[in-house]
Design a protein around this ligand. Structure first.
Ligand code: ADP
Ligand code: 5GP
Length: 189
């Protein structure tokens, strides 16, 4: 059995977490979510160790110094996110499939590192206006954070052609089916 990496990227609010959770709940494909580390504050409803390993600035710096990351990025000014070796490497060696929710720069870097062992999937919003509506109705970010995320979306969308596949998240069930099919084919191949 070969270990595989599924890379999922998209601007914030496009539905990455929703789609990953739905595929994992369905249980048709066996994959493990890689819980990233971040120094951002937990949102209401987020749990340490489940959504992220929430770290202080110092803890994050120490993890960098101790070489604990496969990659990390400053995705927003002062806010760092990183993929921990401890979430990925053993599972891959054991032939398991690991799914990463990761920003565009990190996603391309991991694809470069893992080559054919990784499949990169870009979740596209129907439009940037719809993206803003979803972030507003998710109601987990301040108006300032929503503006920051929407403003960054156009830049992030310019990375979509460099991913292996693109899935449009307009109708959620269709997007989940498309992403699930893509992952199942990759694992089987
Ligand atoms: P991300 O993980 O990419 O930041 P989320 O999965 O948190 O995005 O989705 C952002 C918001 O949009 C959530 O409130 C989610 O319920 C909603 N959402 C996701 N997909 C759809 C869809 N196809 N149609 C409408 N709302 C959606
Ligand atoms: P959020 O704050 O909305 O949870 O995530 C913000 C961004 O950080 C998203 O684009 C998400 O994919 C990205 N992200 C989450 N974990 C990682 C990681 O481990 N590495 C990198 N490079 N980006 C990450």
């Amino acid at each position: 059995m070969k270990g595989r990496i599924i890379i999922i990227s998209a601007p914030s609010g496009c539905g990455k977490s929703t789609i990953i959770n739905e595929i994992m709940n369905r249980g048709n494909v066996e994959m493990h979510f890689s819980v990233s580390a971040t120094n951002r504050a937990p949102r209401p409803g987020e749990t340490d160790g489940i959504n992220y390993h929430f770290m202080t600035d110092d803890e994050f710096r120490r993890a960098i110094a101790d070489d604990e990351f496969i990659e990390y990025e400053e995705v927003y000014p002062g806010r760092f996110y990183g993929t921990l070796k401890s979430e990925v490497e053993n599972r891959c060696r054991n032939g398991q499939t690991v799914v990463l929710d990761i920003d565009v720069k990190g996603g391309l870097r991991v694809k470069e590192m893992y080559g054919d062992k990784a499949r990169s999937i870009y979740i596209m919003p129907p439009s940037v206006e719809e993206l803003r509506r979803r972030l507003e109705s998710r109601a987990t970010d301040s108006a300032e954070a929503i503006n920051e995320r929407v403003n960054k979306a156009e830049y992030e969308l310019s990375f979509a052609p460099r991913y292996d596949v693109r899935v449009v998240n307009d109708d959620l069930a269709t997007a989940v089916n498309d992403a699930e099919r893509e992952i199942a084919q990759f694992i089987a191949g």
